[in-house]
Design a protein around this ligand. Structure first.
Ligand code: ZN
Length: 195
């Protein structure tokens, strides 16, 4: 069910990192992951309460002095365990709220960011070519006459000089020499500016 309940991504300092990673995943995947984790810890909390009840019943038959001594020890252990679980649950609730607050875009939605807008953000100089094309000097090879064509209907590019091609994510990765994830972040930010 859950890979490793102690795994480091549940630790508080990783909140930002996990938040950044999860928000790039499709929302149904990350919701499923979070719900499974939340259920796991809710179950642990329930079990902890049940364990405590059993332990209290067991020590109730002991002499009063022993009872008090054991109670103190048990409560200390219980408190530690309780805080441990509650901290993780609060962290997961916080993560879930943060991820659901804004309308995060899926990779497919990001691919729909208008390619001409993206190219402008990447400092390419565009010239319209017909009704659904733009041309630009290709940033991937040296040239005097523009051979990079942006197709606004398919939202893809193709260079007739060096034959590079792809979608908006590929364009960002190629121009900025960045990773897929960095390209997604760039496009999300660019998308906000365009809107
Ligand atoms: Zn080229």
């Amino acid at each position: 069910m859950l890979e490793d309940p102690e795994c480091k991504y549940l630790r508080e300092p990783f909140f930002e990192e996990i938040y950044q990673i999860l928000k790039d995943f499709p929302s149904d995947f990350r919701n499923d992951l979070l719900i499974r984790n939340i259920r796991y810890w809710q179950q642990k909390l329930k079990e902890l309460g049940e364990d405590l009840k059993i332990v209290v019943q067991k020590i109730a038959i002991l002499p009063l002095e022993q009872q008090r001594l054991l109670e103190a020890v048990i409560l200390k252990i219980y408190e530690k365990r309780y805080n441990f679980i509650v901290k993780r649950l609060n962290y997961l609730y916080r993560l879930k709220n943060a991820l659901n607050k804004k309308n995060y875009l899926s990779v497919e939605e990001i691919k729909k960011t208008p390619i001409a807008d993206v190219a402008i953000q990447l400092n390419l100089h565009l010239k319209p070519l017909g009704s659904n094309k733009f041309v630009s000097l290709c940033p991937f090879h040296k040239e005097k006459h523009p051979s990079l064509v942006l197709y606004t209907n398919t939202n893809r590019f193709y260079c007739f000089g060096c034959h590079k091609k792809g979608d908006v994510i590929d364009l960002v990765m190629e121009v900025k020499k960045c990773s897929f994830k960095e390209a997604l972040i760039f496009l999300k930010e660019a998308g906000h500016e365009v809107n």
